[in-house]
Design a protein around this ligand. Structure first.
Ligand SMILES: C[S@@+](CC[C@H](N)C(=O)[O-])C[C@H]1O[C@@H](n2cnc3c(N)ncnc32)[C@H](O)[C@@H]1O
Length: 443
């Protein structure tokens, strides 16, 4: 018999509590190690399921250490989301689209349980001064109010922020749905809260000239500054916006900047476990906060790496690409030694047929494209030096993927990791002596 909503919530919470107990007994996936190094904690990015990331954080002493968690998870929309790309060679171009993540669930119970387990782990990671911002919409916000009341305690509810925006499409038989709901809960009553100001325009935009009230004038008119209300009008990331990373569901930096300024201090650790295009990472790092993030999609990995480029240097990256479903294609390469050292020469990369045909790519167009630009389907290459830990040495992004990569010395092993435009990953490991060889990887 189908459960009613209250029975469903009750079951979700009980099952999630059991699951969290089990998870906490498991050995964590990544080698547990102290994440606090001599130079203080560095930013950390995980590319794997966020449960693995959170378990490792808990296991390595991060319980109660994070001041701010913002998450913008899948909304249970029953859709899948894509990244769209135009590949261009000298005389050909090809539009492709690849899936970044899928928001289809067997039923509401499965979705709520997936979320509740993660919210329980986040609650453990938050510090005494900590705040959670859970970004959802009308589909599930009513369930999450009750779930979070249970996990945090109903007195720890701080606000429901309404993020209002303009976007295409209007409602004909209902009001147009143009806002998201951000539920804000604090771990204790010692939470960080730095009040922000907003403009409040005077009636008629004329000055009031009240005693002791400071007034300002801008291109719209006279206004005062008041403490920020809980309805935020912030534009979505538009088609022509310079911050656009090409990732559907990308949120605006202005939204994250406001949240970070309000609920964290300069010495705070900020986290986002559903990182997407890396908006929270970008906003946290530019304001000098340490950042912890995770996402299970390789398209996110590439997008975030591109977006953070300079800010990201020195971050630690943990990645588990075993669960990635995209199949890598065929890469031909040579490893050569010349007077200057070891060189990896990349000859050609052809993605697997399935990926291409699902995108209905014309095979002739494809071969002309690859003939002109043999590495056009590679999106990102990172060179990682391995000694006692992995460290990013250099990165290359489409359309600047070189055919020759110098392999730096001084490392036990160097891993060259290649991600294609569909999010498939493959690695070439070059040990101290593995030189002068031809290589071919196949799906
Ligand atoms: C709505 S998007 C986040 C968008 C992000 N706020 C931004 O501004 O780009 C949700 C993200 O959650 C990721 N995701 C979904 N389930 C996950 C899981 N179990 N572990 C880690 N990431 C997950 C998806 O890959 C997707 O990138």
């Amino acid at each position: 018999m189908a459960l009613n909503k209250f029975e469903l919530l009750d079951k979700t919470i009980k099952d999630s509590e059991k699951e969290v107990d089990q998870l906490l007994k498991c050995k964590t996936f990544f080698e547990a190690e102290s994440l606090v190094k001599g130079d203080g904690l560095r930013s950390i990015l995980y590319f794997c399921d966020n449960i693995k990331a959170m378990l490792q954080l808990l296991d390595s002493g991060m319980e109660g250490k994070i001041d701010l968690v913002y998450i913008d998870p899948p909304f249970n929309t029953r859709s899948s989301y894509n990244k769209k790309l135009r590949l261009k060679s000298r005389s050909h171009s090809l539009d492709i689209s690849s899936e970044t993540y899928n928001d289809n669930w067997k039923n509401l119970g499965e979705y709520l349980q997936m979320m509740t387990i993660r919210l329980m782990l986040i609650h453990r990671l938050l510090s005494e001064k900590g705040t959670l911002y859970l970004h959802v919409d009308y589909r599930t916000s009513h369930y999450f109010r009750l779930i979070l009341d249970h996990i945090f305690g109903e007195y720890r509810f701080l606000n429901e922020v309404i993020w209002a925006y303009k976007s295409g499409g209007t409602g004909r038989r209902s009001f147009s749905k143009k806002h998201d709901n951000i539920l804000v809960y604090t771990k204790t009553d010692k939470y960080i809260f730095n009040p922000q100001k907003e403009k409040s325009y005077n009636r008629g935009f004329a000055p009031y000239r009240f005693k002791n009230v400071e007034e300002f004038k801008d291109e719209i008119g006279w206004h005062t500054l008041v403490n920020l209300r809980d309805v935020w009008n912030i534009d979505m990331v538009g088609r022509t916006s310079s911050e656009r990373a090409g990732y559907e569901t990308q949120k605006p930096l202005a939204l994250l900047r406001r949240i970070i300024q309000t609920s964290s201090n300069e010495d705070s650790i900020v986290a986002d476990f559903f990182l997407g295009s890396g908006t929270t990472a970008k906003a946290a790092m530019e304001s000098g906060r340490k950042f912890i993030g995770s996402d299970s999609s390789t398209i996110s990995y590439v997008t975030v790496s591109k977006r953070l480029k300079d800010d990201n240097l020195g971050s630690r990256i943990f990645a588990d690409f075993n669960q990635i479903t995209a199949t890598p294609g065929k890469l031909t390469y040579r490893i050569l030694k010349n007077g200057e050292g070891i060189v990896l020469y990349l000859q050609e990369y052809i993605p697997p047929r399935d990926e291409l045909y699902s995108g209905k790519v014309d095979p002739e167009k494809l071969s002309s494209l690859v003939e002109e630009s043999p590495l056009i389907f590679l999106d990102y290459i990172t060179v990682i030096g391995v000694n006692s830990e992995r460290m990013i040495l250099s990165e290359y992004f489409m359309p600047d993927i070189p055919q020759q990569i110098m392999i730096p010395d001084g490392y036990k092993k160097v891993i060259v990791q290649l991600v294609d435009v569909f999010g498939a990953v493959q690695e070439i490991a070059i040990g101290g002596d593995s030189i002068e060889q031809d290589g071919r990887t196949e799906a």
